[in-house]
Design a protein around this ligand. Sequence first.
Ligand code: AGP
Length: 606
Amino acid sequence: MCGIVGYIGKRDAQDVLLSGLRRLEYRGYDSAGIVTIDGSNQATLLRANGKVAELGKLVSTNQNKDSVGIGHTRWATHGEPSEINAHPHRAGDIYVVHNGIIENYKELKAELKDHTFVSGTDTEVLAALINSFYGVDTSLCDAVSKALQLVVGTYGIAVVSTRQPDEVVVARAGSPLIIGVGKDETLIASDASALIGHTSQAIYLNDGEMAICRRDGVELQDLNSQPISAQVETIEVDMQAIQKQGYDHFLLKEISEQPQTLRSTLNGRVIVEDKRIQLGGLNLTVEQLKDIEHVTIIGCGTAYYAGLLASYYLEQLVDNLTVEVVIASEFRYRSFYMPKNSVALVVSQSGETADTLACLREVKRRGVTTLGIINAVGSTIAREVDGGVYVHAGPEISVASTKAFTSQVAALTMFGVQVAQAKGVSVQRTAQYVEELALLPDEIEKVITTHQKEMAEVAKKYASYDHALFLGRDTLFPVALEGALKLKEISYIQAEGYATGELKHGPIALLDDRFFEVVLLMEGWLFDKSISGLSEINARGGHVLAITNSAKEIDAETVVRVDTKLDILAPIALNVLQQLFAYYIAVARGNDVDQPRNLAKSVTVE
Ligand code: AGP
């Protein structure tokens, strides 16, 4: 998703802006641009279609010593990816970069007769609207606030003017903006990772707030120009966390660091000796936990699948608890009903996903208690839920979510045990979950160490296929869905996850030599039923990769067998093999593994 950077200070703005945009590349984009303003109020606007590296080439042949400017990486929403649609957009003396969507841009555009539009973007409309209020006696900040009063939609914006080159005006409604407070300099970014190395002090703008950023400080106000006191927080992310540290890709780094990130997720929360879980931050009393009768788990993509897997565990742990798992973008607009004593668990790695945020706000509007299962500290969703659990998996840079999924499942399972404890469920019934949670980091480490090379080899066998079917039963069904998503989003192989039992109800008609099938099987009561599904495929000339924790004989083209102490949580271990499988196939196909085409790391538009 789009990225915003801004700078005003003593240093070379072009360098600061470019390095900031490089930090934001992982979020996914298709064009980039910066504008800087010199001491004689002249602007240098540079924009390029494609990667930040292309913009860097432009800058190298248009270098200057300007010390104020803004920059942007664009993920096209209105208007195709092109230089002319790239931000910043100009209107008169002002330049604007914008994340979000101006929903009433057509109506606004129709009123802006004095501006000659050159792009197909809603952002240029916003620039023209601000400029229409920017009379000679009007400050830039006032022009921005007057314009934003007319806007319907979401935005995070940064605005500069050649007429007032000693300030950068920013504003936020629905798309994150962070202000980095430095010594005689101020930075702006849509993501904390762009501020690392410059400052650890940040102001997280809230919706409806704007600020005038100057070299000597920041002036916060609301859209009606009423002053707001600035709350400066410390950014917790460090430089090492956002670097590849010797790995070829962030994705392999993030798959490989799951033992450590799981330890961070579980640290202080799993009390093995007492066979107990203790989660701080829920902001719920034991009585309130005990009274919960219905849980709605909300998420998108991988976060949704993490919720789906955890829902089986919540049902297993607690009787008389109804659990539903919903796709945020669907649930938000349904005429849904949540019974009394409901709790909504809002799952999101970035904490900025617009669909999930919109759903959270609708659920809150109905008076339902909301708990976040979030990775990004200080993110919008994390700031708007009533309580929750940070999964502490560290920055997840690769667009494909891996370590966050694993930590989300662990955190949700811990929540389930905590509710069971509050409801008086016997220790005998919860103990195995606590023990296996404690085992998880070491068991995942063993899986990676033992099978990484094997999965790299297995991937070569299947990298040339164009279709895949992932199959799993019970707790392996959500894992099949997640495995299919991982493969499709980084390898571009058309992959579909299905419940094994559903194969005979339609999908089996698809199978021919264009397909390979991943069949997930777990030791236990559904193993034989899963073997039946596998046999149905074999009988039709399937190309089956069986992934299992069972030692039993399996007739399949390829079998990867995991030896693990995990039983209930074994699906998490099998999923790690799927992560490695997808990674090596994407590498074999020469794809941009960390920034797959058309995708963004956090989708901040609905
Ligand atoms: C997962 O690999 C995808 N990148 C995507 O489905 C992602 O899980 C989804 O956009 C939700 O993101 P969030 O967890 O940041 O809300």
